[in-house]
Design a protein around this ligand. Structure first.
Ligand SMILES: [Zn+2]
Length: 98
C-alpha cells in the first residue's frame, strides 16, 4: 500500500474514453448517463485505460445485479446534484474544513 501512495501517472486529456471515445478532458456524451456535480470527471487505470466517471459507472451497471444497479443510479444522481455550496449545506460538519 505504501508504494501505491507514491505512484503517479500522466494522462493526456485528449485521450479518448475507453467506453465512448470522447476525450476524457471533454464532458461525456449526454447518452452516457448521469454526470456533473461531484461525479468524478474521469478515472485512469494502471493499464492506461481512461474512462469518464459517468462512462465507468455505466460499464459497471451493466455487470451489476438490478438491486445494485438501482443503488448506483441513486448514488450517481445524488453526486450529480452536489456542488461546493450545497455540500456545506448538506453537511455542516464540513463547513469548518474549508
Ligand atoms: Zn466516456
Amino acid at each position: 500500500m505504501a508504494a501505491l501512495e507514491h505512484r503517479a501517472a500522466t494522462l493526456d486529456l485528449s485521450e479518448g474514453c475507453a467506453r465512448c471515445g470522447v476525450a476524457v478532458g471533454e464532458p461525456p456524451p449526454a447518452t452516457a448517463g448521469i454526470s456533473g456535480g461531484a461525479v468524478p470527471p474521469f478515472y485512469l487505470f494502471p493499464s492506461g485505460n481512461a474512462f469518464h466517471g459517468t462512462c465507468l459507472a455505466s460499464e459497471v451497471m451493466q455487470l451489476a445485479p438490478p438491486p445494485q444497479q438501482q443503488r448506483i443510479h441513486t448514488l450517481l444522481t445524488r453526486l450529480s446534484q452536489v456542488t461546493t455550496l450545497n455540500l456545506v449545506a448538506v453537511s455542516p460538519a464540513l463547513a469548518g474544513v474549508a
